[in-house]
Design a protein around this ligand. Structure first.
Ligand SMILES: Cc1ncc(C[n+]2csc(CCOP(=O)(O)OP(=O)(O)O)c2C)c(N)n1
Length: 540
């Protein structure tokens, strides 16, 4: 047995079934050992996709188990960084394994040496550079625990090739983790929770703003139970989309600079906000002062550093969202918010953005409503970045399924590899990635991954011939002086699909939309549906 065999045994002990990776000599012993195990390794076509696929894999099953990826040293490891940073920004649990040069040569700038633990320092929850083969079991046990507990996130394990090759006599996986400095709080403080109930008893216009932390803690059901029990309206951040079904009578949409006007109006007019698992970051709350002025703010987060970072709350409440709402559900109080709900329903009619779609093209807003309406009720919708992301967030209809995107980092090229990872974990679910024609170029190499490994994902490309979001910015900021946003050199997607032996459907206008969507969704085969949208369309 050698270090690489031990690494694989650790993964097996954690219940890992699939890993996404890209090899090289520095990680060769590991991939050699993987072959002798029951773990399935999926070759992606570029390392960044390994992390995105692992992210989609983990999110596909409520982030119960971290997604795992493994790449080689030097350029393999540096290519992974964007994927790691993307997961970090959205608190997605990953265990990222990198091969490293021989430990005796560390620091001597040998071929394909990169100080990856140093380079990733600000993007990982924790990182390890293993220097003793006997440390492998403890490090893996800790890595899985750290990645998936408290505020979740990526953990990096860098393993020099000589450590992977070193002989080991026996293997024992630790039963528990002993980390003196890492003890995340789960239970909420009872005194603080009583204060919350007291404020809810007094207030007239409460609102819950649910963030991605609710999904990460698997606290969706507990939060909804609380909202329904007391009739409290719910808005979400981009990462919190899916906490409450779109058609739910207490759902008042997504807040933020790209959110619903009525959702923002509701937040501004509320006299009590329960911010649950949301960072109060600029995309969701552009003026934090506004949400703390003249109102009570309760901020619930598992990460104490998030509380008060962007807005000072009246009642800070540290702990796991699921556990806290579980406790809040046992605490009784009476109040009637029906007047407030009536007002919010009027906002829903009066505070809406009007669109003026060009009938010669597909209207992305109506198209996304139609597409998500036709998708299965437990389907998973993965939006990329750009105008398509904003249209998706604004128009997607989430029933019992999930919505995923990269909210914190906004990394173009996320949706296709994340969809592949997600579908691998949830083969029974319909998984649809929606991206722009720019982002499609960034990750279209993964069509080969999907095909080779028999992972049928559905991909919608909203083609406008531009890096639309940046073009829109240049339209408003530089009065249509467009610079490096023209995508006219892109390939013909029909021919490209045929080269990959994948189905292709083109939609030119809304008259063709319904039939095309039905055809696109009718089976469980890989398919690209290209919708041609007005190149000059804007989200604002
Ligand atoms: C990796 C990466 N590079 C650059 C950007 C900056 N950026 C944000 S949106 C966008 C344009 C996206 O274009 P496209 O994928 O065609 O989508 P559209 O906006 O047209 O829907 C760019 C370049 C980014 N978010 N991520």
């Amino acid at each position: 047995m050698n270090g690489a065999d031990i690494m694989v045994k650790c993964l097996e002990a954690e219940g890992v079934k699939d890993i996404f990776g890209y090899p090289g000599v520095a990680i060769a012993p590991f991939f050699n050992s993987v072959l002798d195990s029951n773990i399935n390794s999926i070759l992606v076509r570029t390392e960044q996709s390994a992390a995105h696929a692992a992210s989609g894999y983990s999110r596909g099953f409520n982030t119960e188990l971290p997604g795992v990826c493994a790449v080689t040293s030097g350029p393999g490891a540096t290519n992974l960084i964007t994927g790691i940073a993307t997961a970090y920004a959205d608190s997605i649990p990953l265990v990222c394994i990198t091969g490293q040069v021989n430990s005796e040569l560390l620091g001597s700038d040998v071929f394909q040496e990169a100080d990856i633990t140093g380079a990733c320092e600000s993007f990982v929850k924790y990182s390890y550079l293993i220097k003793d083969v006997d440390d492998i079991p403890r490090v893996f046990k800790e890595a899985f625990y750290v990645a998936s507990s408290g505020r979740k996130g990526p953990v990096l394990i860098d393993v020099p090739i000589d450590i992977q090759q070193a002989s080991v006599k026996s293997f024992k996986y630790p039963d528990s983790v002993e980390m003196r400095t890492y003890k995340p709080t789960v239970k909420g403080n009872m005194v603080q929770m009583k204060k919350v109930i007291k404020e809810l008893e007094k207030c007239k216009r409460p609102i819950i703003c649910a963030g991605g932390g609710v999904l990460l803690s698997k606290g969706k059901f507990e939060l909804l139970t609380f909202a329904e029990k007391h009739g409290i309206p719910v808005v979400t951040t981009m990462m919190g989309l899916g906490v409450i079904p779109t058609e739910h009578k207490l759902c008042y949409g997504m807040v933020g600079n790209n959110g619903k006007l009525y959702a923002n109006k509701a937040m501004n007019d509320a006299d009590l906000i329960i911010m649950a698992g949301a960072r109060v970051a600029d995309r969701a709350v552009s003026q934090p002062d506004l949400i703390t002025k003249n109102k009570v703010m309760v901020h619930i987060d598992v990460d104490p550093c998030e509380i008060g970072k962007n807005a000072g709350p009246t009642i800070p409440l540290v702990g796991d969202i699921r556990s806290i709402f579980d406790d809040l559900n046992t605490m009784e109080y009476e109040n009637d918010y029906s007047e407030w709900i009536k007002t919010l329903n009027e906002y829903k009619i009066n505070y809406v953005r009007k669109r003026n779609p060009n009938p010669d093209y597909v209207d992305p807003a109506a198209f996304i409503r139609m597409l998500s309406g036709e998708m299965k009720k437990d389907a998973i919708y993965i939006a990329d970045v750009g105008q398509n992301q904003i249209w998706s967030c604004d128009n997607v209809c989430i029933k019992e399924g999930k919505f995923m995107t990269t909210g914190g980092m906004g990394t173009m090229g996320y949706s296709i590899p994340a969809a592949i990872g997600c579908k691998k974990r949830r083969p029974e679910r319909q998984v649809v990635a929606v991206c722009g024609d720019g982002a499609f170029q960034m990750s279209m190499c993964e069509l080969a991954t999907a095909r080779q490994h028999g992972i049928p994902v559905k991909i919608v490309v909203l083609t406008n011939g531009y890096l639309g979001m940046v073009r829109e910015y240049q339209h408003f900021t530089y009065q249509d002086k467009y610079s490096v946003v023209d995508l006219s050199g892109n390939p013909d997607l029909e021919k490209l699909s045929s080269a990959y032996d994948i189905g292709y459907i083109r939609v030119n206008n809304m008259k063709e939309a319904e039939k095309a969507i039905k055809k696109f969704l009718k089976d469980d085969e890989n398919c690209i549906m290209e919708a041609i949208i007005d190149p000059m369309d804007i989200v604002k």
